[in-house]
Design a protein. Structure first.
Length: 125
């Protein structure tokens, strides 16, 4: 699939910037929209006119965490099939819970930019 509209949901601005740069390396024509708050992202995604081909989602966020976001999104008819990639350093138990909510894949927050680019390339290929 060709991903053109990519959503990043993560409360860590530095992680968002690194992921956005890595996506730019892999898919230069893609457009990234960054949300630092899952509640705000959800309100935007509920708008049927808002297009998203894939979502990168952190699990550890204040107010509404990634698992809560996933639960709500998977109940929305027009969002339930949007591919969601977990982008997190969460413990394996949290990732296991997210798999029950139909996630597409997992990208661990790596220690190097090169490793991130490599992993993003694998996920988006």
């Amino acid at each position: 699939m060709r991903y053109l509209n990519i959503i990043i949901i993560d409360d860590d601005q530095e992680d968002c910037e690194l992921l956005e740069q890595a996506i730019g390396e892999v898919l230069p024509s893609a457009s990234c929209t960054v949300f630092n708050n899952a509640e705000f992202a959800l309100s935007k995604l509920r708008d049927i006119a808002f297009e998203s081909d894939i979502v990168f989602l952190d699990l550890n966020m204040p107010r509404m965490d990634g698992l809560q976001f996933l639960e709500v999104v998977r109940e929305q008819e027009h969002l339930k099939n949007v591919p969601i990639i977990i982008f997190s350093t969460s413990p394996l138990i949290e990732v296991s819970k997210s798999r029950l909510l139909n996630v597409t894949g997992m990208v661990e927050k790596p220690e190097s930019f090169e490793a991130l680019v490599s992993r993003v390339r694998e996920v988006l290929a």
